[in-house]
Every structure is written in structure tokens, then in C-alpha cells.
Design a protein around this ligand. Structure first.
Ligand SMILES: Cc1cc2nc3c(=O)[nH]c(=O)nc-3n(C[C@H](O)[C@H](O)[C@H](O)COP(=O)(O)OP(=O)(O)OC[C@H]3O[C@@H](n4cnc5c(N)ncnc54)[C@H](O)[C@@H]3O)c2cc1C
Length: 381
């Protein structure tokens, strides 16, 4: 089969890229996805958090542009992505990072993001459930919250079907060769030919890049999510709360709490999709230390997912310098869902116009690792 563009990965990045290419009239797109369904691996396991709070300007700009796209789609289609406007709080406990967060809030305010700094006492009036021991302060933005992941994925999928995008599900890409500027993509079922290729394989993007001889620094970091039974006093107004320096987060889910305790890259957990019960116990212990009422709840469900981690916490976006017409859109760590729309738009510009236009993405280009031009993001879980 011959195509203009082959996209590996049917998560938010692959879908959004295809969507923005279609909006610009591009035809002949195929998405190859090895799972038996569309929606991605990380994408369908993510918490749906969307926020403006970042320490680097480019990430704030990504959030602003992403929000504009969401609002435009909702307005033009009379659609509701079910945004739960519960607000987002980053609880700062590391005294050495105080300056970074304060500067980040100033930068966000300059960009008209209404983030405020609260003392523990002030914030305890809003969220009394937390343990504020050793807390420096809290940065909180009320115009942030949670978006419904399934509604977003369904919107993109339905539109792509209407535009005539082909989906090859249950097909795994196992090799890529390039002959006379054409990518020959080998799957478990067939060979696909395409003029351009997008690597949107999320946590497996390193492997896809390696198939064309590229070495991109992405590690699969195991994440484990726990949802509790109902907890008294927890309702839809409960904000997303991230103890970023500790790596634990909480938000409301079905009147209980969804909590995640960040696990940095661990070689031995690389591909495991099983619940790690040692980690579960550690997670419960840390979780209860900061949110005592968790003790009175029981686990309703748990799941695992992977972050596609990069050394500086930022994604890799753009055409490869070494392999012409090969585009990376990966390495979004724990914040790819909230940047999915704009990331796909930027990549579509890169493909059609030769360079992303809506934002300057030089800090996200793959070459930054060899140039050692690091731009580390601290606002994360
Ligand atoms: C527990 C958890 C919580 C998160 N919470 C948030 C949050 O609150 N907010 C936020 O913005 N982000 C969050 N994230 C991050 C977010 O989910 C990701 O950044 C984003 O979904 C990445 O999308 P993607 O399309 O790149 O990857 P994916 O959704 O993983 O899609 C990649 C797809 O590529 C396919 N694939 C891989 N290799 C091959 C191959 N060889 N052949 C064919 N197909 C292949 C995979 O099967 C997969 O479906 C969270 C992530 C996790 C794990």
C-alpha cells in the first residue's frame, strides 16, 4: 500500500497530527496502531489534567495555544469536552526550589495566567484535607482542571474517519527501510510505503526512531495510579494537587481520590504492565502522610501506564536533521495530553510548511541534546 504519510501510534499525538493535516487538506494518511483499538496507550491511561503552570515560557505558550484550539473546536461544533474547572495546585516543599517557582509564577502572570501564591494557612481554608508540614507555599491557578480524555479521543477519531484517514489496528511496526526517499514500513501483516513518516509511538518512540538509525533519549517510566472509594468532603471542587518535589498527586475521581506517585525510570520495570504491590504499599504510605483521610478509604481500581521521559522533561518535536521526512512527536513525559492539540498542529506545520509556525519549537528539537542546550521543566509530577 502507498501513502503520503504514515503515522506510527494511535494516541493523542498521532490522532492530533492527522487531524491538523486533514484540516489543511492533506490526503493519503494512514495511522498504524499495534493495539486492537485507537486512543493510545498512555493517552487512555492518563489523568486528563490540563494546566498553564510551567516554569518555561514555551510550555505555558503550548498550554495557551492548546486551550485556544479546544475552545475553537467546542464553539464551532457545539461540543463539550467536559472540562472540570477544579483548579490546579502545586505544593512546594523543597526550599531550594522556592526561587524557581516564584519566578515561574511571575512569568505566568506576565502572560496573564492568573496563578497565585498561597501560604499553607490560606490554602488550608480551600483544601483542609492536606498535611502542610514543611510546605513553603502553594502555587494555584483556578482556570485549570481536568478534561475528559475519552471525549477528546472520540472527537478526533470520528473526524479522522470522516476525512478518510485509514487506520491499521492490531498492526505492529517492526522495521523501516528507506529506498529512493520512500519509507518502507514493515508490519506484522504487510509492507507499507509512504513519502513521510511520523513517530508518535509515545513510550515506544525510541524503538521506532532506532529503526531509521536515530538514537533519541526517551525512557519508558512506569507509573501506577490508584483510585480510592468515596472520601467525606471530597467533591468536584477538589483541585488537582501536586506535591511536585515529592512526586505525588491527588485529584477527585467519583468522590474518591485518584492518586499517582511518580516513579522515575527504572530499568527493571521497563515493560511490565502488572501492578507492583511493593510500590503500591510505598505509594499508600506516602499518600497517607500528605492526605490522612486516605486511610479510611479502600482501593477501587488501579492501573499502570508509562511516561515517555526525556532528560530535560520536554518533548521532541520536528523533522529529524539526520533522516529527511522523518518527524518525531514524542517524549511528552507527564504532560502530553494537555499539549496534544497544539503539538499535532505544530507538527502539521512542520510537515506542510517546512517549519512550525504557531510557536518557535527550537527548544524541542532533537538536536538540543547534542548541543546540551538544556531547558529543564520543574512543574511536573
Ligand atoms: C498514569 C499517567 C497519567 C498521566 N496524566 C496526565 C495528565 O494528567 N495530563 C497530561 O497532559 N498528560 C498526562 N499523562 C501523559 C500523557 O498521557 C502522555 O504524554 C500522552 O498521552 C502521550 O500520547 P502519545 O500519543 O504520545 O502516546 P500513546 O498514547 O502511548 O500512544 C502511542 C501509541 O503508539 C503505539 N505503538 C507503539 N509502538 C508501536 C509499534 N511498533 N507499532 C504500532 N504502534 C505502536 C502504542 O500502542 C500506543 O497506542 C499521563 C500519563 C500517564 C501514564
Amino acid at each position: 500500500m502507498n501513502y503520503e504519510i504514515v503515522i506510527v501510534g494511535g494516541g493523542i499525538m498521532g490522532l492530533s497530527t492527522a487531524y491538523h493535516l486533514c484540516l489543511r487538506g492533506i490526503k493519503g494518511i494512514v495511522i498504524v496502531e499495534r493495539q486492537g483499538y485507537i486512543g493510545g496507550h498512555s493517552t487512555l491511561r492518563c489523568a486528563g489534567g490540563i494546566r498553564y503552570q510551567f516554569a518555561s515560557e514555551i510550555n505555558v505558550d503550548m498550554s495557551v495555544e492548546n486551550r485556544k484550539i479546544i475552545e475553537k473546536i467546542q464553539m464551532e461544533n457545539d461540543l463539550d469536552f467536559k472540562f472540570s474547572n477544579c483548579g490546579y495546585a502545586f505544593v512546594v516543599t523543597d526550599s531550594e526550589r522556592v526561587k524557581i517557582y516564584k519566578e515561574a509564577v511571575s512569568m505566568q502572570n506576565r502572560k496573564k495566567i492568573p496563578t497565585k501564591i498561597y501560604s499553607s494557612d490560606e490554602f488550608a481554608q480551600k483544601v483542609p484535607q492536606l498535611n502542610y508540614k514543611d510546605v513553603e507555599f502553594i502555587t494555584y491557578c483556578e482556570d485549570e482542571g481536568i478534561l475528559d480524555v475519552n471525549t477528546v479521543v472520540n472527537y478526533l477519531y470520528r473526524n479522522l474517519l470522516n476525512y478518510g484517514v485509514e487506520f491499521l489496528i492490531n498492526e505492529e511496526v517492526s522495521g523501516i527501510s528507506v529506498e529512493q526517499d520512500i519509507f518502507i514500513v514493515k508490519t506484522n501483516k504487510q509492507n507499507i510505503m509512504a513519502k513521510k513518516m511520523v513517530n508518535a509511538a509515545g513510550p515506544w518512540s525510541k524503538e521506532i526512531a532506532a529503526m531509521v538509525g536515530l538514537n533519541i533519549p526517551i525512557n519508558r517510566a512506569f507509573q501506577q495510579v490508584l483510585v480510592t472509594s468515596e472520601i467525606e468532603g471530597v467533591n468536584k471542587d477538589f483541585p488537582v494537587v501536586i506535591f511536585s518535589d515529592i512526586g505525588i498527586g491527588y485529584h477527585e475521581e467519583g468522590k474518591g481520590i485518584l492518586t499517582q506517585y511518580n516513579r522515575v525510570y527504572d530499568e527493571k520495570m521497563k515493560d511490565s504492565e502488572n501492578i507492583d504491590y511493593d510500590w503500591f504499599l510505598k505509594h499508600c504510605r506516602i499518600g497517607i502522610e500528605r492526605f490522612k483521610q486516605l486511610e479510611d478509604s479502600f482501593p477501587v481500581t488501579e492501573w499502570i501506564g508509562f511516561y515517555d521521559e526525556t532528560p530535560d522533561g520536554n518533548p521532541i518535536i520536528g523533522e529529524s536533521k539526520a533522516v529527511k521526512s522523518f518527524y518525531n512527536l514524542c517524549g511528552f513525559n507527564g504532560h502530553g495530553f494537555m499539549h496534544g492539540f497544539i503539538a499535532g498542529k505544530l507538527l502539521s506545520e512542520e510537515i506542510i510548511d517546512g517549519c512550525a509556525k504557531t510557536l518557535n519549537i527550537d527548544v524541542f528539537r532533537e538536536e538540543r541534546f547534542s548541543n546540551a542546550r538544556k531547558h529543564t521543566e520543574v512543574y511536573k509530577i
